[in-house]
Design a protein around this ligand. Structure first.
Ligand code: FES
Ligand code: FES
Length: 171
């Protein structure tokens, strides 16, 4: 039997890949492993076909649609989900998450974890993105409630807060 080990939000998880009951089937996608086996239900499933971005997580530093990634292909990978952004000891939200709350950057909230993960991946690589950079980074994330305007404001707010922290030497 094959095994895969994936570091999810800093914790290594090992799965056996097999058709047998209780094992991760070779056809199981990462989003189902995260949600159904690790109870990380912050990652949402919209289309389950790579079209909506609701299931976005960060895989080895890049935002990916986790419904399009086979868990069996993730051996040695580093995965961050929306649950991994908050302070793991205190539960305090990250600056980016808090900016979404403070700017009411969602309505139903279903698309929000995926949008935040796409934004997080962008800001990790480019702390000073332009508006076009942000729009490009979020181009695969669909929001049926049309919250995009507030989302851009929230990300701009988070960028400002992070800059302030860096100026104070706290980030
Ligand atoms: S659920 Fe994965 S892209 Fe829509
Ligand atoms: S806030 Fe409802 S889908 Fe985006």
């Amino acid at each position: 039997m094959d095994k895969v080990s994936i570091r999810v939000n800093g914790v290594v998880r090992t799965f056996i890949i097999d058709e047998a009951e209780g094992c991760v089937k070779p056809s199981e996608t990462l989003v189902h492993t995260l949600r159904d086996r690790l109870n990380l239900t912050g990652t949402k499933i919209g289309c389950d076909h790579g079209a909506c971005g609701n299931c976005t997580v960060i895989l080895n530093g890049n935002p990916v649609a986790s419904c399009m990634i086979l868990t069996a292909d993730c051996d040695g990978a580093e995965v961050t989900t929306i649950e991994g952004l908050e302070n793991q000891d205190t539960g305090e939200l990250s600056i980016l998450q808090q900016a979404f709350v403070d700017n009411s950057a969602f309505q139903c909230g279903f698309c929000t974890p995926g949008i935040i993960m796409s934004a997080k991946a962008l800001l990790d690589k480019n702390p000073n993105p332009t508006k076009d950079d942000i729009r490009e980074a979020l181009s695969g994330n669909y929001c049926r409630c049309i919250s995009h305007y507030q989302v851009e404001i929230a990300i701009g707010d988070a960028i400002g807060r992070m800059k302030d922290l860096r100026a104070k030497g706290e980030a």
